[in-house]
Design a protein around this ligand. Structure first.
Ligand code: NCD
Length: 359
């Protein structure tokens, strides 16, 4: 693992090692307070963020390192038309590691191909959000003591919710996982993910249209916000924004050991009257985000010290296939930057290597 672009960049052993390291960092923070002294994290945030950016910042400071970057792309040269590829080639000269959030799907992958320092994907469009997934795994592990044998309800915006997409991918490393997909037809999981899930050996899946029908069987209920900013038509958002709301009446139907997770921010999908219920784990989850990011930054920096990234760019992973047609997804990074179209081969044909859309 040189970068963290997708949750699947980490195998099961690496996921467990990171969780163990994060738990040690929680138990003994002083042991780690100077381990990144002299190192700099660049936070390149092209999209709004509170928790992710500040937890990255807090994590790097807690490791003794320092932080530079921007939280509004309008104040950077992007507003002059600079590409992600050029930005990261330059930032690689100033910093030791990058955390990037971008509204274009595949932007972090491009950054990893052009920069010469480790890149962490802090969210790329609706596509992926691996460090939220690491936060979720650490939280489930701390709260329930296991990452196997889990029934996880994913509720709300499964179409645009990148945290849901990444969590599903990461859980393929564990055993006896059952996902219950609770959403309207309109906000159902992207087709390519449903197809992958249906053929998965480790993961089973079922669909539900009401929380009350399934909440009693869940170990984890993962609530999500309807992603207003991703809708092409706001009337569609208005129609589905109130479809799934967890309140104390519904929570009464859950087991006493179930936990409620939410990547936050919440809008209205969890009512405040359950915040003090011991099963409401979402604020503890946000707290865990700092420690798993500490573990990730420290691990990637240690690896970067022992292996230099070749100066030849772009650096392409061996499984990426040059492709002649362009990706049809208008929010794919390839739609706005001049990049070689690349594909990955799945069981059902080729998909874009950047955003995973069907080619
Ligand atoms: C999530 C995101 O940005 O995808 N937030 C986060 O990183 N904690 C979820 C969301 O914005 O709804």
């Amino acid at each position: 693992m040189k970068h963290c672009i997708e949750p699947t960049d980490l195998n099961k052993g690496e996921l467990l090692e990171l969780i163990e390291l994060a738990e040690d960092m929680i138990a003994s923070p002083s042991k780690y307070q100077e381990v990144c002294k002299g190192k700099q994290l660049a936070t390149l945030f092209y999209e709004p963020s509170t928790r992710t950016r500040l937890s990255f910042t807090s994590a790097m400071l807690a490791l003794g390192g320092s932080v530079l970057g921007f939280s509004d792309a309008q104040t950077s040269s992007v507003s002059k038309g600079e590409t992600v590829a050029d930005t990261v080639r330059v930032i690689s000269e100033y910093a030791d590691i990058i955390a990037m959030r971008h509204y274009k799907e595949g932007a972090a992958l491009v950054a990893s191909q052009y920069g010469s320092i480790p890149v962490i994907n802090a969210g790329d469009g609706s596509h992926s959000h691996p460090t939220q997934t690491l936060t979720d795994l650490l939280t489930i592990h701390r709260e329930l003591g296991r990452l196997n044998k889990l029934t996880i309800g994913l509720c709300g915006d499964l179409k645009y919710g990148r945290t849901v997409h990444s969590l599903i991918k990461a859980m393929s490393s564990f055993q006896e996982i059952h996902f219950v997909l609770i959403s309207s037809d309109e906000l159902q999981l992207p087709k390519y993910m449903l197809e992958e899930l249906e053929k998965s050996e480790q993961i089973t899946v079922s669909l539900a249209s009401r929380i009350e029908d399934v909440i009693g069987e869940l170990d984890v209920l993962y609530m999500t916000r309807v992603q207003r900013e991703r809708f092409a038509n706001l009337d569609d958002y208005e129609r589905c924004k109130n479809d799934f709301i967890l309140d104390s009446k519904l929570l009464n139907l859950a087991s006493k050991d179930m936990i409620v997770l939410h990547p936050l921010p919440r809008v209205n999908e969890i009512t405040a009257d359950i915040d003090n219920d011991p099963r409401a784990a979402y604020f503890r989850q946000a707290g865990n985000g700092k420690f798993i990011r500490m573990a990730l930054i420290y691990t990637l920096l240690q690896k970067a010290d022992s292996q230099s990234l070749s100066p030849n760019v772009p650096r392409l992973a061996p499984n990426l296939i040059p492709y002649t047609e362009s990706c049809p997804n208008p929010v794919c990074i390839t739609a706005s930057e001049s990049l070689q179209a690349l594909a990955i081969e799945g069981e059902r044909g080729y998909r874009c290597a950047y955003c995973e859309s069907k080619l």
